[in-house]
Design a protein around this ligand. Structure first.
Ligand code: ACM
Length: 503
């Protein structure tokens, strides 16, 4: 984990890391500050700043991403940058340990001052400033005087996308990264392989995409990414403060691998055809052929790590029972560690003897995780009754699953999650599985506005959150969601249910 201060702080106690402060409220007596996720503290000050036509922008060379993001935002509001303009925006890097790796201060007074320790912190400050401004260009802007101090509760604020069951094009992933950044989410986990498809070009094993890239779940999209496309995406995400975390799911969920390279299956396996169904738990690498399986795993991981600089690398490990399962997870985790990275496995991997640094991603609400917590494994929290966004926005929504929660996972349910009981949690991640999500529009509907609630659960401290306040602030951001091109769910709690068709 790169943000060492924040991590040690989180592992000690979330509450101890943040000052008890009042929630964002009316600023200047009359104006509501609508920022999602809710900042740690917002102090209203008398007065307002008027901005029109142009601003003078000062930014340090060491914060290129924040500067570019701010310049793009100003341009979209028809605000020029001009050193002689009277309105001033100043970005500053300051070594203030209380801000951690991603915290920031934003002060609106005679000018606008954004301060952070890092470019990433300044990026978040810019996103808050964007949310204080309207989504569309106006002749003049009026910002209430205020002072915001903001530090995230959790270092890991993730969205995972299953591009294996049904492919998502690079253009969609770019838009998704833009939207994540707007809500200060910072990890995009790509589930790059599963029974129904293999999505990443591996130069040493070209059939993985020739065969595995050509299949998809029934009704879904096939396809694959070249390494050049993925490198482009990594850089695109990095420039927006987001790390892409790749997952190669093993040793189960591998029918696309077996269909591509039959020798990875045991000799008695008859079904080696590409798969487009919905079942899970039937395919497995032939763990009794270690001389075939482990060189393959190592070579694939070498190319994955070459493309993805993420410190954390996900090796899957879910939904397979096999006598050599724990051995496989331990050996594969060791390969990742040998390559200088940190492995992540789904919660089932807790049975393996991997050393405590491996992160575990919790997905079953009732999973007996205590032993893993006692061993010290950091946790990424994705309990399915709160964060499986392939489940309905409401009970019975067409084209959604309900195996984990019959009532679906409505917005209020997502918002209600309390992570504080998980003392080794590094953060939260919401998963969009794609067995039933086959179009960009369907992905938008399942992700938004629920992912904004995820961002608030992961960023804002538990004692500050309140659903009514969240709805009010989200409601005010609707024009921004429109400007981002999001085809969000017509969420009744937000009054957005204008009779749109289900997607
Ligand atoms: C999972 O839902 N099998 C991680």
């Amino acid at each position: 984990m790169k943000s060492g201060f924040l991590l040690s702080c989180l592992l000690a106690s979330t509450a101890a890391c943040s000052q008890p402060t009042p929630p964002a409220a009316a600023a200047g007596g009359t104006e509501t500050v609508s920022i999602v996720p809710l900042p740690q503290s917002v102090e209203a000050r008398p007065g307002a700043l008027r901005v029109a036509g142009a601003v003078a922008l000062e930014a340090p060379a060491a914060a290129p991403n924040a500067r570019r993001t701010l310049e793009d935002a100003l341009a979209s509001l028809d605000l020029r940058t001009d050193a002689k303009a009277t309105a001033r925006i100043r970005l500053q890097l300051a070594d203030d340990a209380s801000l951690g790796e991603e915290g920031y201060r934003l002060v609106v007074g005679d000018g606008i001052d954004l301060v952070a320790r890092t470019d990433a912190g300044l990026l978040h400050a810019v996103q808050s400033l964007r949310q204080l401004l309207p989504a569309q260009a106006q002749a003049e802007y009026r910002l209430p005087h205020l002072a915001i101090t903001d530090v995230p509760a959790y270092a890991w604020r993730g969205s995972s996308l299953d591009v294996a069951r049904s492919f998502l094009p690079v253009e969609y992933l770019e838009r998704h990264i833009d939207r994540m950044a707007f809500f200060k989410l910072n990890r995009l986990h790509l589930h790059l392989s599963d029974d129904q498809g293999w999505r990443m070009e591996i130069k040493r094993y070209p059939k993985l995409v020739e065969i595995g890239g050509a299949s998809a779940v029934r009704g879904g999209r096939s396809g694959w990414y070249t390494q050049e496309q993925l490198k482009h995406l990594v850089a695109y995400a990095q420039a927006r403060g987001i790390t892409i975390v790749p997952e190669i799911d093993m040793p189960g969920h591998v029918q696309a691998m077996l269909a591509s390279y039959n020798e990875l299956a045991c000799d008695d396996v008859e079904n080696l055809a590409p798969y487009d169904g919905l079942e899970v738990g039937f395919s497995v690498l032939c763990l009794s052929k270690p001389e075939v399986v482990y060189p393959f795993v190592r070579h694939v991981l070498e190319e994955v790590l070459e493309v993805f600089p993420s410190q954390e690398i996900h090796i899957g490990g879910d939904e397979i029972k096999h006598p050599l399962y724990a051995d496989f997870v331990a050996r594969t985790a060791a390969v990742v560690r040998e390559m200088g990275r940190t492995p992540i496995a789904w919660e089932e991997g807790s049975v393996a003897d991997t050393g405590p640094d491996m992160l575990l991603q919790l997905w079953n609400d009732g999973y007996a995780i205590d032993a893993a917590v006692a061993k010290g494994h950091p946790l990424i929290l994705s309990p399915c009754t709160y964060f499986y966004l392939d489940h309905g926005n409401h009970a019975g929504q067409p084209q959604t699953y309900d195996w984990c929660r019959k009532e679906g996972v409505p917005l209020e349910r997502v918002y209600s999650f309390d992570p504080t009981e998980f003392k080794t949690a590094v953060g939260i991640e919401a998963a969009l599985w794609s067995e039933l999500v086959h179009t960009d529009a369907a992905a938008d509907d399942r992700l938004w506005p629920r992912l904004a609630a995820v961002s608030e659960v992961a960023w804002s401290s538990a004692g500050q959150r309140d659903y009514a306040g969240f709805l009010e602030r989200m409601g005010a951001l609707r024009a921004h969601l429109d400007a981002l091109g999001i085809r969000y769910h017509p969420e009744p709690d937000l009054g957005w249910d204008g009779g749109e068709a289900e997607k």
